[in-house]
Design a protein around this ligand. Sequence first.
Ligand code: NAI
Length: 330
Amino acid sequence: MTLLPGDGIGPEVAAATVRAVDATGARIHWHEVELSGAVIERTRQSVPDEVLRSLDDTKVGLKGPVTTPVAGGFQSVNVALRKKLDLFANVRPVRSFPGIHTRFEDVKIDLIIFRENTEDLYSGLEHEVVTDVVTSLKVITRTASIRIARYAFHYARTHGRRKVTAIHKANIMKLADGLFLRCAREVAQDYPEIEYKELIVDNASMQLVMRPETFDILLLPNLYGDIVSDLAAGLVGGLGLVPGANMGQSHAVFEAVHGSAPDIAGKGVANPTALMQSAVLMLRHLDERASADKLQAAIERVYADGKTVTPDIGGRASTTQFTDAVIAAM
Ligand code: NAI
């Protein structure tokens, strides 16, 4: 197992998660490799060779966030890693949590985001045509669109989900989002038992805030998937909670939705739940089901009890105190 603690709050939540996973009794051998802004600056590689070597060997990674400089500097390490390993599906389950106070306490939210992870406006193809005029290329291909749609529908069929909603802006980007939508429709025909719907992304955002309980599986191109993920996290208590998986043909890298949170890094108050729940997804992927269930149940017990939660959830516990509580709850 490759462990990439990342930077910012990454090392704090990664250390907490490793402790919690080890406490379940899962037989995980961690191979820790540095992946951070500092190592990218030092090696001048978009993803250091050592990271790729380790992931080629283990096929499975648990990753903390990595800071990306804004408006300049090196390319996003996260985007580079997803492209290099062809981690085409970004899967993010967003669920209501027992004991967490949100504006949506009366409804049960249980949706899963399937975000295309390799193209769209994340192609990084930008060009200054003349001074003060810039273009940024949005790349949508049939191959990638069919692949993510199939992944989402197959998941729906094999996990007893009822509905897939494709989210787009094909009224404006008629060619690009039009292609994404045509691919989704085509795949939907092979899954007649799954209800298929389409929503324009602005309307989808409003519906998510008004009626989040009506959503099941969301199928989105890269950029909308990124934005809607944070919106959805906000519905259930914030970024401290929501896990994710980057899935490819041969590799899988599990990471939280959140970033490196520079505003709280080093203070010992980051919420490790999102990475711990990413580790639960990883344990399921590795067929370590008993450990996965044990960790998930322990996390939920700590929230139901409500006494040892971190400041983002309205509590006063530190990362370490929360982790101790999770381990004690096992
Ligand atoms: P962010 O997700 O790091 O933080 C947004 C807000 O949520 C902050 O107020 C932060 O304190 C809070 N937050 C996030 N995770 C939390 C946790 N576990 N516990 C408690 N509070 C938490 O987003 P931001 O500030 O826009 O980005 C910071 C950096 O992270 C940027 O360089 C960005 O590029 C990078 N990033 C990296 C990602 C990755 O490695 N997969 C994903 C998203 C952003």
